[in-house]
Design a protein around this ligand. Structure first.
Ligand SMILES: Cc1ncc(COP(=O)(O)O)c(C=O)c1O
Length: 390
């Protein structure tokens, strides 16, 4: 079956964070929203059908995760990521961000340090600081559009007694798919220094041809023993509103510590629709996802060509994964605040301003390309016109 990603779907007045909070977030209710990471594409029909079938039963009582929920996750991760996991390793979390916060509570004490690698998805920071833990920045290196880990700096910070490292694999916002070699180096430093790795792999299904996602924990038994892996169908299949994700921990001790927090909060059972959608996505989603990735590749190609040809002040970094593109706007020579306002108020396009992703993000903007190409083209018309007035 061929899926149509060009079809516009009106999302206004659906309590959509992306559309219906534009006034609050950007002070511009009419801008083209290309910020928060969800997609403007219709949810796949096999997922909608499974939800409708469940609704036909007409009773929505307490629920739990049945065997098929776990088996569909195990099969998907086995086939898609070549990682053999066991049912007992899988815990439920109502989202990855909650799982990051829970990890901080489970594995660290107030005053402990947590390593993050900015510029990075900013809820990594709020999973640490409000709990009175200390952020340790192992800033990524950038060289002519190529982003990499500063291993020397990581080694230094790791030896100072950090308890956990929160890894974005693939990395949001720079779009890197870390290679097995890079992951092994990160892992070895953590092993040497007794650091637990929280590997946020929410974008692992959104990897473009030519790149391969490696679950960090699949690299060796030793690394599996210090890794908490976070995966979900939410980014891949646009199910964020169903708050359903998996935390995979093979180390019994680490799993028990995580589970204790989840069970204490009584949030381990999830919700009926998240369960159904997750099963449908993982059982039937491979073809849809491959078509989505092909569509997103065209969107990325368009942005790179458009900037190269007519907006050279903006240099997009081609993502190896994720539908988020990291735009290098440093040549526009604007402060972070001016840059944010330029896009949201002058151009009328709502992006995430780079400095919120921490050190190294200044001068960049993050744009969400999971939208029909016609919308992207319109957004770049607006950006090009606004740049002419600079
Ligand atoms: C790296 C990363 N982790 C987590 C999330 C959000 O996870 P959740 O909605 O499951 O809390 C996002 C969303 O953009 C993300 O990019």
């Amino acid at each position: 079956m061929t899926y149509n990603f060009d079809e516009p779907v009106i999302r206004h007045h659906t309590c959509s964070v992306k559309y219906d909070l534009r006034k609050e977030i950007f002070d511009n209710k009419d801008l083209i929203p290309m910020w928060v990471a969800d997609m403007d594409f219709r949810t796949a029909p096999f997922i909608i059908d499974s939800l409708k079938r469940r609704l036909d039963h007409e009773i929505l009582g307490y629920t739990y995760h049945g065997g098929e929920y776990y088996n569909s996750i195990i099969d998907w991760i086995g086939k898609r990521h070549n990682w053999k996991i066991e049912k007992e390793w899988i815990l439920f979390s109502p989202g990855i961000v909650p799982a990051l916060n829970i990890s901080t509570l489970a594995y660290t004490n107030p005053g402990d340090s947590v390593i993050v690698q900015p510029p990075v998805y900013f809820p990594f920071f709020s999973a640490v600081e409000p709990h009175k833990r200390i952020l340790e920045y192992n800033q990524l290196k950038e060289d002519d559009g190529q982003w990499s880990v500063d291993f020397e700096d990581l080694r230094k910070r790791a030896s100072k007694g950090a308890r956990i490292l929160i890894l974005s694999n693939p990395h949001n916002p720079v779009g890197r798919v870390w290679t097995p070699d890079e992951l092994k180096k990160i892992g070895d430093i953590c092993l040497e220094n007794d650091i637990i790795i929280i590997s946020d792999e929410i974008h692992s299904d959104l990897v473009f041809p030519g790149n391969t996602h490696t679950p960090l924990a699949s690299l060796s038994k030793e690394l599996a023993a210090i890794t908490v892996t976070c995966m979900a169908p939410s980014k891949s299949f646009n199910l964020a509103g169903l708050a359903t994700s998996s935390i995979i921990i093979s180390n019994d001790n680490l799993r028990e510590m995580f589970n204790k927090e989840i069970a204490n909060l009584h949030i381990e059972k999830g919700n009926i629709f998240g369960n159904e959608a997750s099963i449908a996505a993982y059982r039937h989603g491979a073809e849809w996802l491959d078509q989505l990735l092909a569509y997103l590749t065209k969107n990325i190609d368009y942005v790179i060509q458009r900037c190269t040809n007519s907006i050279p002040l903006i240099k997009p970094v081609r993502p190896e994964a994720t539908y988020l593109i990291w735009l290098d706007c440093r040549e526009m020579d604007l402060s972070p605040e001016e840059l944010g306002k330029f896009f949201s108020l002058k151009a009328g396009v709502g992006l995430n301003e780079g400095s919120v992703f921490g050190p190294g993000g200044e001068g960049f903007m993050r744009m969400n390309l999971a939208t029909p190409l016609a919308v992207i083209s319109e957004a770049f018309d607006k950006i090009e016109n606004a740049i002419k007035t600079l």
